[in-house]
Design a protein around this ligand. Structure first.
Ligand SMILES: Nc1ncnc2c1ncn2[C@@H]1O[C@H](COP(=O)(O)OP(=O)(O)OP(=O)(O)O)[C@@H](O)[C@H]1O
Length: 250
């Protein structure tokens, strides 16, 4: 008998309404999908289609109005969250920012620092341990944010347009670095992006959301082989998939 792997995340008939002075605004409407362990899923859709709201619900920051969310596992899920802006603590150095989640968990400072040093190296920031956030480029600050989100070994990594504020070349490089990191760490990832090519290079699946209220209008499995490199962008298959996503976004 074959064993069926349960989804890491099971979202069922999720709707979210907000009160906004003059009445109710529906951000998400009857959203149902599953994410499998170690899967990389990108969320695409027009502005206001509820993508960030969905991540905030998953992080427990916004309550669902209707529907259910189930995580697999026998403990409440540990969540790593990265936003468009790194939101580093300006009074802590690079390594002190990265070690923060462990300190909050009660890990001793020397042990937290030792683990943070490993993450400094993984995200390519060796030599910048003692730098202050104000002295970092946008890409470097996002590397710190990514390391800080991963250091406590999250069950689910939520990325909300993490490269949206970076210039195009840095963004491409950060995408490649994230791919590399994911290939070695294999987290379950949900990432919001506005970039079709970023979604196709990174994701196993891309979910396209309709304009508000957000519903899933396309659930596309990306059949491109891994490991993936930037050159894929110039293939016919890539262009075909990109057109399919473009049409679905409308
Ligand atoms: N706390 C809130 N109170 C009231 N309305 C909200 C709240 N949070 C989000 N909204 C509204 O819900 C809708 C969905 O917003 P959300 O930020 O989730 O969309 P999005 O798809 O992430 O957009 P973008 O791509 O521009 O980031 C928007 O109309 C937004 O104004």
């Amino acid at each position: 008998m074959t064993e069926v792997t349960p989804p890491a995340l099971d979202i069922s008939h999720l709707s979210v309404n907000f009160e906004n002075g003059s009445g109710e605004l529906q951000a998400l409407d009857d959203v149902t999908f599953q994410v499998w362990p170690q899967e990389f899923v990108c969320l695409l859709g027009p502005s206001g289609s509820g993508k960030s709201t969905l991540l905030r619900v998953l992080a427990g920051l916004v309550p669902p109005t209707r529907g259910e969310i189930r995580f697999s596992g026998d403990h409440p899920p540990r969540i790593g969250y990265v936003f468009q802006h790194a939101n580093l603590m300006p009074w802590r150095t690079v390594i002190e920012n990265i070690m923060l989640p462990l300190e909050l968990q009660g890990v001793s400072p020397p042990e937290a620092r030792r683990q943070a040093q490993t993450w400094v190296e993984r995200v390519g920031l060796s030599g910048f341990e003692s730098a202050w956030p104000r002295d970092l480029s946008g890409g470097m600050a996002q590397r710190v944010a990514i390391a800080r989100a991963l250091i406590h070994d999250p069950d689910l990594l939520l990325l909300d347009e993490p490269f949206g504020a970076l210039d195009a070349l840095t963004r491409e490089r950060m995408g490649a670095e994230l791919l590399h990191l994911w290939q070695s760490q294999r987290k379950t990832v949900l990432m919001v992006t506005h970039s079709i090519s970023e979604a196709l290079l990174l994701a196993d699946r891309v979910l396209v959301f309709t304009p508000r209220p957000g519903r899933v209008s396309l659930d596309l499995t990306v059949p491109l082989p891994r490991p993936r490199s930037d050159d894929l962008r110039y293939t016919l298959e890539f262009a075909h998939l990109a057109r399919q996503l473009r049409q679905a976004i409308g």
